[in-house]
Design a protein around this ligand. Structure first.
Ligand code: AMP
Ligand code: GLY
Length: 459
């Protein structure tokens, strides 16, 4: 099989690495990829290359991606990021009879519109926080009466992680909504905002593979969204992630598959917009409920659905859906994956996911992100990265590249998140030791990373 992967980040590097391990792949193209992927490609036993294409939110980019696929004629296309999904790249490619792993534009609405996702969850009995969709400040002010502080304001639409504001007071919520409507918060005006009850609990990212009819559990991971240690400072795209079996007990896996992922697949199917690809469920494990939360649970039919997690009874509630793999969760997941990833992609495309048994290696994997100085604010690129000795990469420790480029003979920084040192071991402590030891040998000017990835699990 010749496989084409769209995307440029660490997630795509990890997917490409997993694909290249399949005995069935004969050729792999990453578009556009990045400097690190290009350098890694040279070490692969099958032909792997990066090819230029710009992934932007406009029709010229959509045309360019389609043209590239027509020129390459791959047997399978895998789409990493959300922007091309939101633009309908899958629909375009399928019109040309390509086999594509990823959801249609209509199915990607679960990620592209938070209002759509919330209404869908309510209609399909999927447990989620109480909410209100508002199209004006007048509506926001009226709806605020039903909420208590703290509360959450979410911009409807893709916002690269910047569209969610946790507000300590109703005054702050009104302000956040005003900034979303005026465009001052995100650079573009939003038409709708979602006010949402604030949930307290532990977060879990659950991934399921879907084929339009069936949802099959893949694994769980925990991301670290804040820039600072101890989960402080502004949100980022994700500064590190880990995945262990303990994150997903059998009970939890079955519960999330039945009450969340399969309900999504059934609901989207019934709506005539079947969901295929990977469903990334952002979950809050809420230890107790009362007040508006109880209403939400009653509404969703999930009352009494409390399950044991880490010795506590919790109710899992959906914070959000993404309709793609996570970054950096995917880097950590790929080191644990013990099933040929092409079997997973093919089953999703062919509608045979019910025959899949996805195996993850027992133990733990982690990904620690090294970012540019200034990230998630402004940063500069072009810093030479030292210590990327490819001979040190193995299936236990590997550096996946996020924002890097090749300049002369050097790999240089070319993004906010630069690379993710990813490690697999028998337990989390050992995986962390491996990752941090490797990271200690890597350096670029202004490099910053969190030293506390996995801290909740270790505690
Ligand atoms: P989202 O982009 O919807 O995943 O939100 C980003 C982050 O905001 C989540 O990972 C949570 O940490 C936080 N968040 C979102 N919704 C809520 C909520 N209802 N209650 C508490 N925290 C939330
Ligand atoms: N790591 C969070 C995301 O990919 O959205």
């Amino acid at each position: 099989m010749k496989v084409l992967v769209f995307g440029a980040g660490g997630r795509e590097h990890a997917l490409a690495w997993a694909i290249a391990r399949s005995p069935r792949v004969t050729e792999l193209v990453v578009a556009p990829g990045n400097g690190g992927i290009a350098r890694w490609a040279a070490t692969c036993s099958i032909p792997v290359r990066c090819t230029a294409v710009e992934i932007r939110e406009d029709t010229a980019s959509l045309d360019a991606m389609l043209k590239l696929a027509l020129a390459e004629q791959p047997d399978l296309i895998v789409i990493g990021p959300e922007v091309p999904l939101a633009m309908g790249l899958v629909d375009e490619l399928e019109r040309h009879d390509f086999h594509v792993f990823g959801p249609s534009k209509a199915a990607a609405m679960l990620e592209t519109s938070k209002a759509f996702a919330k209404d869908f969850m309510r209609a399909n009995g999927i447990p989620t926080a109480a909410y209100s969709v508002c199209t004006s400040l007048v509506e926001v002010n009226a709806a605020l009466k039903d909420f208590t502080a703290p509360l959450v304001v979410k911009a409807d639409g893709l916002a690269a992680g910047k569209g969610v504001v946790i507000c300590a007071s109703k005054r702050e919520a009104e302000q956040a909504a005003a900034e979303m409507f005026s465009g001052s918060l995100l650079g573009a005006k939003v038409d709708q905002v979602v006010l949402e009850e604030f949930l307290v609990g532990e977060e879990l990212s659950f991934f399921a593979v879907c084929d339009g009819t069936h949802a099959v559990p893949l694994a769980a991971a925990q991301d670290h969204k804040r820039i600072g240690e101890g989960d402080t400072g502004p949100n980022t795209g994700g500064m590190g992630a880990y995945s262990t079996d303990a994150l997903l007990s059998d009970t939890m896996r079955d519960w999330l598959t039945r009450n969340v992922a399969q309900r999504v697949v059934d609901g989207m199917n019934a709506a005539g917009t079947p969901f295929k690809g990977v469903l990334f469920c952002g979950i809050m494990l809420v230890p107790q409920h009362g007040g508006p939360l109880r209403d939400a649970l009653v509404l969703s039919g999930a009352q009494n659905s409390r399950i044991l997690f880490d010795g506590k009874m919790v109710t899992p509630m959906v914070l959000e859906f993404n309709t793609r793999f996570g970054d950096p969760e995917t880097q950590a997941l790929m080191l644990r994956l013990d099933t040929d990833i092409l079997d997973i992609f093919n089953a999703s495309v062919d509608g045979t996911a019910n025959q899949l048994r996805i195996a993850m290696k027992p133990g733990a994997s982690v990904c620690v992100i090294a970012a540019s100085e200034g990230y998630p604010g402004s940063y500069s690129g072009g810093k030479v990265i030292a210590g990327l000795d490819a001979a040190l990469d193995s299936s236990s420790v590997i550096v996946f590249h996020s924002g890097t480029a090749l300049a002369d003979q050097n790999v240089v920084t070319a993004g906010g998140r630069v690379l993710g040192v990813t490690a697999y071991a028998a337990d989390l402590r050992s995986a962390l030791d491996l990752a941090y030891a490797r990271l200690a040998g890597i350096n670029f000017e202004g490099m910053q990373y969190r030293r506390d990835i996995g801290w909740r699990a270790l505690r």
